[in-house]
Write a protein that binds this ligand. Structure first.
Ligand code: NAD
Ligand code: ZN
Length: 296
């Protein structure tokens, strides 16, 4: 059935109010307006950012809301003036939009598009939502809202991918993978033969490890309080994994002892400001702190 130009009824996970669990509801998704794209979401990851939002009642004021930003899917229809994607294209969603025109997008050293600010309103550029549930408008999240069978996002927040890409895997490129891998390769510029420590072995931390390995790091130490994360971390390139709870000493002293001089590159991928504010300077000769916590 051709749904172009029509309202689509589908299911979505709604976050109704602070502290409430996600509720699966039937919603209506309006057609895309100018420069917008409606996508059938096939796969979505669950980023640590959403977990923090669900745990922290003060993280935002836009309720009810459809969360989710690590998505991959197929374009169902496009609004007027959309030129970069068409119906049937496989796409991933972009939490950080790329307008391609602002000073930030034009600067080869950065990509923090000025349009990101607008997405924090939880509404589309015209100040309205494309979602309704039980007669109420529902806020968008990060201009992506991938916890829905269909979503509408701005053209600048979507990018076409290879038609053979497995959507259930590449959805992670949408956020966790690029954040972690990019932190190692692009931001920290990890050097061959170096030693690295990675705090937090979730999606972001594992991707940092992959980046450190690709850059030729000799020693990659994974740090997590959940030892169940160690097997996967070693599979993707960690040379050692440690649990701070197994030691009496502060973890930076443990790292110092393990390496004899401290690590050259250190990444925080827990999302805990205290780790970053900690005793970094005591830990190593060249300690780079890379934190990727969003200011949500
Ligand atoms: P995740 O929940 O999958 O992983 C976090 C890991 O940290 C878990 O394995 C957990 O066991 C571990 N951990 C918790 N407390 C710890 C402690 N005290 N010591 C050591 N390890 C500890 O999360 P994720 O999806 O990998 O995201 C990690 C962080 O990065 C989150 O804060 C998220 O908001 C942030 N993030 C930022 C960006 C960005 O800025 N572009 C993108 C994605 C995620
Ligand atoms: Zn821009």
């Amino acid at each position: 059935m051709n749904t172009t130009g029509k309202v689509i009824r589908c299911r979505a996970a709604i976050h109704w109010k602070p502290g409430a669990p996600l509720a699966i509801e039937e919603i209506e998704v309006a057609p895309p307006k100018a420069k917008e794209v409606r996508i059938k979401i096939v796969a979505t990851g669950l980023c640590g950012t959403e977990m923090k939002m669900l745990a922290n009642p003060n993280s935002h004021n836009n309720y009810p809301i459809i969360l989710g930003h690590e998505g991959a899917g197929i374009v169902e229809s496009v609004g007027q003036g959309v030129s970069t994607v068409k119906t049937g294209d496989k796409v991933i969603t972009l939490f950080l939009p790329q307008c391609g025109e602002c000073a930030s997008c034009l600067n080869p050293g950065g990509n923090f598009c000025v349009q990101f600010k607008q997405s924090k309103t939880g509404l589309m550029s015209d100040g309205t939502s494309r979602f309704t549930c039980k007669g109420k408008p529902v806020y968008h999240f990060g201009n992506t809202s991938t916890f829905s069978e269909y979503t509408v996002i701005k053209e600048i927040s979507v990018t076409k991918i290879d038609a053979v890409a497995p959507l259930e895997k590449v959805c992670l490129i949408s956020c966790g993978f690029s954040t972690g891998y990019g932190a190692a390769i692009t931001t920290a510029k990890v050097t061959p033969g170096s030693s690295c420590a990675v705090f937090g072995l979730g999606g972001v931390g594992l991707s940092v490890i992959m980046g450190c390995k690709a850059a030729g790091a000799a020693r990659i130490i994974g740090v997590d309080i959940n030892k169940d994360k160690f097997e996967k971390a070693k599979e993707v390139g960690a040379t050692d994994c440690i649990n701070p709870q197994d030691f009496e000493k502060p973890i930076q002293e443990v790292l110092f002892d393990m390496t004899g001089a401290g690590v050259e590159f250190c990444f925080e991928a827990i999302g805990n400001p205290a780790t970053v504010a900690g005793k970094a300077e005591r830990t190593s000769l060249n300690w780079f702190l890379i934190t990727w916590q969003r200011s949500l």
